[in-house]
Design a protein around this ligand. Structure first.
Ligand code: PSV
Ligand code: MN
Length: 427
C-alpha cells in the first residue's frame, strides 16, 4: 500500500485553516521573544529519525505475543511499512536493518525499492545474541568476548558480513550491541572478557570503510544479570577511544538504571566528540521499550536540550548523530506507535530549540537557580505542536499522521494484503 501525495493534500485541505490560525498565534509570540520561527520550522521539517526493521511487528514479553495481523514478512514489506510512515510524516526517511533477518537478496533491487519511497539505509545492526540454524558455534556464553577464539571468530565474521550488506545498500554505520556478560559471580573474568571484546572489535574495525562509523551500544543488564561486558557509557567510551576515530558511543534511552542522568551523559560525550547515535524509547523501569515520551517527556526535553546545545555549537567536534527509534509494541499497532514516537521526538526537539541559551548562561553564571529553572520550563511548557504541523505542511506530510492512518484504514488494508497471521521476522 502506498499513500499518494494527492491523498495527503486532500486530507490536509479542510484542516489547514484552523492550523494556520494556531500557528500565527504562536509564531507572533515566539517572534516577539526573539525566536526565528522560520528557521525552527525548517529544522523540524529537515529532522529525520530512522525506523528499525524490528519495530514494525508486534513485540512480546516472555509471557506472550499478540500479533495484530498484516505484519511485514519480508525485507521488501518492511521497507514498504517505513515508506508508509515516511509518506505520512515525512520524518521517517531511513530504515535500520538487522542481520540475519534482513539480508538483501538483490541489493540493487532493494535499494531501488527504498528509493521509490525516498528512504535511506541507516546503521546496520549485527546480532550475536541468538544462535542461528546454520551456526557452527554457540553464543550461549558470549560472542565477541567468548573464551574460545573460534566462537569469537564466528562473531567477528558475522559483523564483517553485516558491513558487506550495509555497503551494498549505501549504509554508513555498523551498530554493535552485545548481550555478552555473566549471570553469576565467578562465571567470567571481567578483565579477560573486556580484552577479548576489544580485540574482536579491533578486527571488525579494520574492515570498516573509511567513511563508516561503528557505534558501540551499552546496557547495564539483560539478558545477563550479574555483569554485562559493556554495561555503561564509560566502558563504551573506553572501547570507542581505544578503537579509534571511527568508533563512537551509542546511547539507548532504555539502557540505564532508573534515575540515571542521561542528559549529562549526552552532554559529556558530545563535548568529547564521541556521541555517535541514539536509540529512542521510554521506560518506567528499564528497557521497557515504550513509546517515546509516554512516561518521561520532561527528561526527553532535557536530553534534547543537551543535544541541541551540542549540535548548534560551532566549535563542536561531535560528528552528526544517527537517530533511531528502538521500541517494541505489545499493545499498540506498531505503525501508530512509531508515528507517536516520531511526534514525541520532534516535540522535544522543538521545545529544546526554544531554550534561551544566552539567558540560561547568565543565570548559571549568577547561580540564579530559580531563573535557570524558569528558562527551561518556559520552553518545555510551550505548546509547540503548531510548529510541528507547520513543518509537516511544508514537507508535504499529513497534518495529523495518525488521523490519516486511521482514516485510510491502513492496518485493515495491510491485513487484506498480507493476512491476519503474517508475523514480522526479527525480534
Ligand atoms: C538491545 O536491547 C537493543 O536495544 C539493541 O539496540 C538491539 O540491537 C535492539 O535492542 C534489538 O535487538
Ligand atoms: Mn538499542
Amino acid at each position: 500500500m502506498r499513500v499518494e501525495k494527492s491523498v495527503i493534500q486532500e486530507y490536509n485541505n479542510p484542516l489547514q485553516n484552523q492550523q494556520q490560525k494556531k500557528f500565527e498565534f504562536l509564531a507572533e509570540e515566539l517572534e516577539n521573544a526573539g525566536k526565528n520561527v522560520e528557521q525552527i520550522v525548517q529544522k523540524l521539517a529537515d529532522f529525520q529519525v530512522a525506523i528499525p526493521s524490528w519495530a514494525l511487528g508486534t513485540g512480546g514479553t516472555r509471557f506472550g505475543r499478540f500479533p495484530g495481523g498484516g505484519e511485514p514478512g519480508s525485507l521488501e514489506e518492511k521497507i514498504a511499512d517505513v515508506g508508509l510512515l515516511h509518506a505520512l510524516n515525512r520524518s521517517s526517511g531511513a530504515i535500520s536493518l538487522h542481520i540475519p533477518w534482513d539480508i538483501p537478496g538483490n541489493a540493487n533491487a532493494v535499494k531501488a525499492l527504498a528509493d521509490s519511497y525516498d528512504l535511506k539505509f541507516d546503521a546496520v545492526n549485527s546480532n550475536t545474541f541468538q544462535d542461528q540454524k546454520d551456526q557452527e558455534n554457540s553464543y550461549k556464553f558470549g560472542s565477541l568476548c567468548h573464551a574460545d577464539k573460534a566462537v569469537r571468530q564466528e562473531a567477528i565474521d558475522h559483523n564483517i558480513e553485516v558491513i558487506k550488506y550495509g555497503k551494498a545498500l549505501g549504509s554508513e554505520a555498523l551498530t554493535v550491541w552485545l548481550a555478552d556478560g555473566s549471570s553469576f559471580p565467578g562465571q567470567n573474568n571481567f578483565k579477560q572478557v573486556f580484552q577479548n571484546t576489544l580485540h574482536s572489535l579491533q578486527e571488525i574495525y579494520q574492515e570498516l570503510p573509511d567513511h563508516w562509523k561503528v557505534l558501540v551500544e551499552y546496557k547495564p543488564f539483560e539478558p545477563n544479570f550479574y555483569s554485562m561486558v559493556i554495561p555503561d557509557w564509560g566502558t563504551s567510551h573506553m572501547l570507542a577511544s581505544k578503537l579509534g576515530e571511527k568508533a563512537l558511543c551509542l546511547v539507548d534511552l532504555g539502557h540505564h538504571l532508573p534515575n540515571t542522568n542521561i542528559e549529562q551523559i549526552v552532554a559529556i560525550l558530545m563535548m568529547e566528540g564521541k556521541l555517535g547515535g541514539f536509540h529512542f524509547n521510554d521506560s518506567k523501569f528499564a528497557d521497557d521499550d515504550l513509546t517515546v515520551g509516554c512516561i518521561k517527556p520532561y527528561q526527553l526535553f532535557l536530553i534534547f536540550k543537551e543535544l541541541v546545545e551540542g549540535m548548534e555549537d560551532p566549535n563542536s567536534i561531535n560528528p552528526p548523530l544517527a537517530w533511531m527509534i528502538d521500541a517494541s509494541h505489545n499493545l499498540k499497532d506498531p505503525l501508530e506507535d512509531l508515528l507517536q514516537s516520531v511526534e514525541a521526538i520532534k516535540i522535544a526537539y522543538a521545545q529544546a530549540l526554544l531554550v534561551d541559551k544566552e539567558e540560561l548562561a547568565i543565570a548559571q553564571q549568577e547561580n540564579d537557580v530559580v531563573k535557570a529553572q524558569e528558562i527551561l520550563q518556559n520552553a518545555y511548557r510551550t505548546d509547540v505542536r503548531p510548529l510541528l504541523t507547520a513543518s509537516r505542511i511544508q514537507a508535504g506530510a499529513a497534518i495529523d499522521p495518525v488521523g490519516l492512518y486511521r482514516e485510510l484504514k491502513v492496518r485493515e488494508e495491510l491485513v487484506k494484503e498480507r493476512g491476519s497471521f503474517s508475523m514480522a521476522t526479527g525480534l
